[in-house]
Design a protein around this ligand. Structure first.
Ligand SMILES: *Cc1c(COP(=O)(O)O)cnc(C)c1O
Length: 397
């Protein structure tokens, strides 16, 4: 009988015991709001911000309610206004164009390459249409960040990085999120640390940090942000900036702090799993593995491959055959949005024109989660199943 995988693609690891204990302590004392502290006490949220700033090597960090909120706040903090156009990736997920639309701004989509990163030629061609790029490191694929920053610096484009899939990753040793003006992270269950929901925003720019802190709902308590700029940065900004509440609470920060500390270990575990699958998919007839450049330090929390030039029927056949053996694959070529997966042309509020180069990549793009609850044996089994079913359909068709 054919081998079958019986695990779950959406099951996360439990919250670590020290994080549970920290969360229970917060519930016992009851001071869940970040500004509700006992005399001399540092809030869990403030500590998380300090620790994440130290880990990424930046000056300022702000914890907020979600990754989507972090991106919208970053856009506001750099001065995006209703009606402005904002460049972003055609290949990303719905919260990215959604953050742009939440300001009444308009996404301008940039093509994706076969390496699954933003196309720098298309970006250069569209550079005169906007002053801001919301760059999504979708599924953890980092574009040549040195080339991208050079292009954007010359054209005066402010870069905001969406690091929902690159917490713990780096380009040429520089942590993801530290090359643009701001980096935005998600602490949602399916990302690299799990508080259910949550977001982190990092920057070295005092003015931008001050605006983001006021926007997040700090009232006049901005001096409690020990990972924020000094009071001089708030002198006029505190009068000019609306409060758009989206704070993080101490309960979630308590759950996150031990996970942030453990991130390097978790990244190593993800990458072990990723490399097992990648090695076993290599040289499968009809299947193209996405090669990762030397400069990229990855976090292999998901894996992608291409079925280049395949018909929709054959791709559907692979998906169905893998599903029958317990392997859940996502397909970015699907016309109808499903689950978490949608495409630029299904975000009709953004009125994108057809993008033939991106369409050709997405038509063959298969995506799979790699949760840490998979063992290395699970990964090898999953790869064997994919390899067998891709080969069978490819040779049959
Ligand atoms: C999850 C995600 C975000 C942020 O999402 P939240 O659910 O708001 O935390 C941003 N970009 C991408 C690509 C994502 O997958």
């Amino acid at each position: 009988m054919a081998e079958r995988f019986t695990g779950s693609f959406t099951q996360q690891e439990p919250i670590p015991e020290d994080a549970i204990e920290a969360a229970v302590a917060v519930m016992r004392h009851g001071r869940l709001h970040r500004y509700n502290t006992a005399p001399g006490e540092m809030a869990e949220v403030a500590l998380l911000e300090q620790e994440f700033a130290a880990m990424t090597g930046v000056k300022y960090c702000l914890a907020v309610a979600s990754g989507g909120y972090a991106m919208a706040t970053a856009l506001r903090a750099v001065g995006v206004k209703p009606g402005d156009r904002v460049l972003t990736n055609a290949f990303t997920l719905a919260p990215v164009p959604g953050a742009i639309a939440s300001l009444g701004a308009v996404p301008v989509f940039v093509d994706v390459t076969e390496r699954l990163v933003i196309d720098l030629d298309d970006l250069a061609a569209k550079a005169d249409q906007a002053d801001v790029l919301l760059l999504s490191h979708m599924r953890g694929h980092l574009v040549d960040m040195d080339a991208l920053m050079a292009l954007c610096d010359v054209r005066g484009i402010t870069v905001i990085e969406d690091c929902a899939h690159t917490m713990g990753a780096a380009w040429n040793g520089k942590p993801s999120g530290t090359q643009g003006k701001l980096g935005c992270f998600s602490c949602q269950t399916y990302k690299h640390v799990n508080a259910g929901e949550g977001g982190l925003l990092i920057t070295d720019d005092a003015e931008v940090a001050a605006r983001a802190i006021m926007l997040s709902g700090s009232y006049m308590l901005y001096d409690r942000h020990t990972a924020g700029p000094g009071p001089e940065a708030f002198e006029t900004i505190r009068y000019e900036t609306p409060n758009i509440s989206g704070r993080m609470d101490n309960l979630r920060a308590a759950v996150l702090r031990p996970q942030v500390r453990r991130l390097p270990e978790q990244v190593a575990r993800w990458n072990e799993r990723y490399r097992v699958i990648e090695a076993r998919l290599r040289d499968t007839p009809g299947l193209t593995v996405i090669d990762r450049p030397e400069a990229e330090s990855i976090v292999g929390s998901s894996i992608q491959f291409l079925l280049k030039g395949w018909s929709a029927e054959d791709v559907e056949a692979v998906l169905a055959r893998c599903a029958a053996r317990g392997v859940e694959l996502k397909w970015f070529g699907k016309a109808e949005p499903m689950g978490f997966t949608s495409r630029y042309d299904t975000w009709r509020y953004a009125r994108a024109e057809r993008m033939p180069a991106s369409d050709a990549v997405l038509a063959g793009l298969i995506d799979m989660r790699v949760p840490l609850t998979f063992s290395l044996e699970d990964c090898a089994l999953i790869a064997r199943i994919i390899r067998a079913e891709v080969s069978a359909v490819f040779q049959g068709g």
